[in-house]
Design a protein around this ligand. Structure first.
Ligand code: ADP
Ligand code: MG
Length: 703
């Protein structure tokens, strides 16, 4: 282990970033590329050839032998096909290393094995990857050696998006043009570009690799399908921000170094609420870069964990009854000249532009709460949302005391005359300074919280790409900006029109604001009274993608076509059914081959004990009672297992799509719960030596 890390030396050392481009590219080529990056101007092939050549030379110096178009299909993970730089041997049998502009700009991977939701038939299996030059290329070093990774978008022969990135880039364009329109109305003539920025906080669990390998459920499904609670859980809250153990510290050090080399700004790390749970947050970046970096973070966590004899679990709910993992998506909108549109300043009531932006966001989130909820839907996240530790499945906005007060003034009187201030925090200790308080406290229970100069969307699942929630956020806010501009551009008296519009939006959409405890049952009931959607499962969120409202929204801003939305809905139904099917089959396998045999063995040893006690003429009522209890639980287990096997077999008769997904949700999941219940009770009874896999306690407390 290296003792000393010179961060500024290693940071970005494996990235083909602006500094490298300036240094290595001819001035004219550099200027052309910058135009492409900043203004979206098309690159000509001659320029691309020069860039490709320099990129290859640089990558080879970094140890790269291969290049790959790195993309994000709808499988939930990134994909890559590696090509080496070598060209056909020359007459002397020597190979040259080559990489052309054409190869840089465009790839043609066979797309037939990626989910397309029926967008193209397999005989038109051609897919295209196109270089996203707004996200820098990098050299990744791992067991495969060095690989030049070129971030790309992935689409079909006919231009339909088959990935996460294409719609995200389209949505960035939408919010850019509508936000600029709004800024111009407020007299801003200098900003040239508006970019949504994101800082995603990544939660994860780390467990011992050896123990992981003894759990088939973790291996096949990413979560435990059985497991009784240990005597100690997270009730003492002693893990949160707790001292980081040496083994984990060594892991984190290496993760940081790997990330820094790749230009990922790993910034904050700490222990999370659950035992064995941790968090890593980078400094926020433009949303497409943030999406790529988050993928790199997830991959790096997994890779480095392996090197330390650990396994990183990114599942949203690896352990039932224990806090799950999410990804807090901190989102703001920033201009190229450094103005954050979500910065209220110290006197928000006077900041009319901010109030306009804020009311547009409230309107957007209220109007499209269903879509935002959908964007965070995931098979694993179903276990987390509303489980008393994560935001409920109801979308609401937390504004904090100060802004809520301003909003109330505006709604009730049409004018806001003052902003509450935070005051002083008096520590009562002479040697400690009194601190100035923020005007807003935090509310950890809100799914969409204003935190000073950004919104934090906390629903996103830990293993999901953040592309989809950001695509939705950018597009819905672009829509309300556009609607506001449509009104304001026609107004005779701009000031008056802005005031009226702010008041109108706030009044109409105030039901989305909720500053109370989002975990409480009262909120669930209150939200229902307010008419806010509470969509509990992923299966039920899918139809929101193809409503007339959603199609109109996404088509207006060219983010998705109707066909693309339909294909995504189809893929989601399929993903859901497949995931639950794998879980059911894994349960069946573990219960039949590991748990039932172990319990039978235990029953036999218990029966032997009873017999020998009785043979010795002694009393055996305790042992007999235990034997009866175990036998009852065993027969419950067997009955639930048989039922699960039957129901799972019947699934093959059900047509794929919504029907099948609902079948898994309505029939299979409750039966899985029926099977789990007696087994978790058996785990509490059966001799630990005989239980065929590590317990929750072993997994979470012995890392
Ligand atoms: P917390 O207290 O919620 O853990 P931090 O203030 O440390 O939050 O920020 C969490 C994440 O929010 C970090 O990734 C940080 O870079 C990001 N962040 C901070 N400011 C902004 C902003 N203006 N826009 C987007 N993300 C931001
Ligand atoms: Mg946070």
């Amino acid at each position: 282990m290296s003792e000393f890390t010179n961060v500024s030396e290693i940071f970005g050392s494996n990235v083909f970033n602006d500094a490298v481009m300036q240094e290595r590219l001819p001035k004219k080529v550099y200027r052309e590329l910058k135009k492409t990056i900043e203004e979206g101007k098309e690159l000509d092939l001659a320029t691309a050839d020069v860039i490709a050549h320099e990129m290859k030379e640089w990558a080879i110096e970094k140890g790269a032998t291969h290049y790959t178009h790195w993309f994000q299909p709808l499988t939930g993970v990134t994909a890559e096909k590696h090509d080496s730089f070598i060209s056909a041997p020359n007459a002397e049998g020597k190979v040259l290393m080559s990489f052309s502009g054409k190869e840089l700009i465009k790839g043609e991977p066979d797309a037939s094995s990626f989910p397309s939701g029926g967008l193209r038939a397999t005989f038109e299996a051609r897919g295209y990857t196109a270089w996203d030059c707004t996200s820098p290329a990098f050299v990744r070093q791992d067991a495969a050696g060095g690989t030049l990774c070129i971030p790309t978008a992935f689409c079909s022969y006919t231009g339909e998006a088959l990935d996460q990135k294409t719609p995200l880039l389209r949505s960035m364009e939408a919010i850019n043009s509508q936000a600029l329109r709004l800024l111009r109305l407020f007299g801003n003539t200098t900003s040239k570009k508006v970019t949504p920025c994101v800082g995603p906080e990544q939660e994860y669990f780390l467990i011992d690799k050896e123990k992981y390998l003894q759990r088939k459920d973790l291996i096949y499904t990413g979560r435990t399908l059985f497991g009784a609670m240990p005597p100690k859980g997270q009730e003492l809250d002693d893990h949160y921000f707790g001292n980081i153990r040496q083994r984990i510290a060594a892991f984190m050090k290496e993760v940081n170094e790997e990330l820094w080399k790749l230009g990922v700004t790993a910034k904050t790390q700490h222990n999370e609420v659950a035992p064995a749970q941790h968090e890593l947050a980078p400094i926020y970046a433009e949303s497409n870069v943030a999406v790529d970096h988050n993928q790199i973070i997830m991959k790096t966590l997994k890779m480095v964990a392996c090197r330390h004899g650990l396994q990183c679990l990114l599942h949203e709910k690896p352990f039932a009854g224990v806090n799950g993992s999410g990804k807090h998506n901190n989102w703001s909108i920033t201009t190229d000249d450094g103005i954050n549109l979500l910065d209220p300043g110290t006197t928000p009531h006077e900041n009319i532009q901010f109030l306009m932006v804020l009311s547009c966001i409230l309107k957007a989130v209220d109007t499209h709460a269903d879509l935002l909820r959908e964007s965070a839907a995931d098979v694993g996240n179903d276990h987390r949302l509303g489980a008393n530790e994560a935001p409920p499945a109801i979308i609401s906005i937390f504004l904090g005391e100060q802004l809520e007060d301003v909003v109330e003034q505006l709604i009730s009187t049409g004018a806001a005359t003052h902003s509450l201030t935070g005051g002083k925090l008096v520590t009562g200790v002479k040697t400690l300074p009194d601190l100035t308080k923020d005007a807003t406290d935090r509310n950890r229970t809100s799914p969409f919280a204003f935190t000073g100069n950004k919104f934090e969307f906390r629903m996103v699942g830990s293993k999901d790409s953040i592309a989809s929630p950001n695509t939705v956020l950018n597009t819905i806010v672009a829509e309300t900006f556009a609607e506001a501009c449509d009104v304001l551009e026609k107004a005779d008296d701009f000031e008056m029109a802005v005031h009226d519009l702010i008041k109108k939006y706030l009044t109409k959409h105030q039901r989305i604001i909720f500053n109370g405890n989002g975990y409480s049952q009262e909120w669930v009931e209150e939200a229902e009274r307010r008419g806010l959607p509470n969509i509990k499962s992923m299966v039920d969120t899918i139809p929101t993608l193809t409503t007339d409202k959603a199609v109109a929204l996404f088509e207006r801003f060219h983010v998705f076509t109707k066909a693309e939305l339909e294909s995504r809905a189809e893929i989601k139904y399929e993903t859901y059914a497949k995931a639950i099917n794998i879980e059911a089959k894994t349960m069946i396998d573990i219960a039949s081959k590991q748990i039932i045999p172990a319990v039978i063995k235990y029953t036999k040893s218990l029966a032997d004990t009873v017999n020998s006690v009785l043979a010795a003429g002694a009393e055996a009522s305790v042992q007999i009672e235990l034997l009866n209890e175990v036998s009852t639980l065993l027969s419950d287990t067997k009955a639930a297992l048989t039922k699960l096997i039957d129901l799972d077999a019947k699934s093959t008769e059900i047509p794929e799509g919504a029907k099948l997904a609902h079948y898994f949700h309505d029939e299979i999941i409750p039966t899985m719960d029926e099977l789990r219940a007696p087994i978790d009770r058996l785990e509490m009874i059966v001799d630990k030596e005989m239980w065929p896999m590590p317990s929750y306690g072993d997994l979470m407390f012995e890392v």
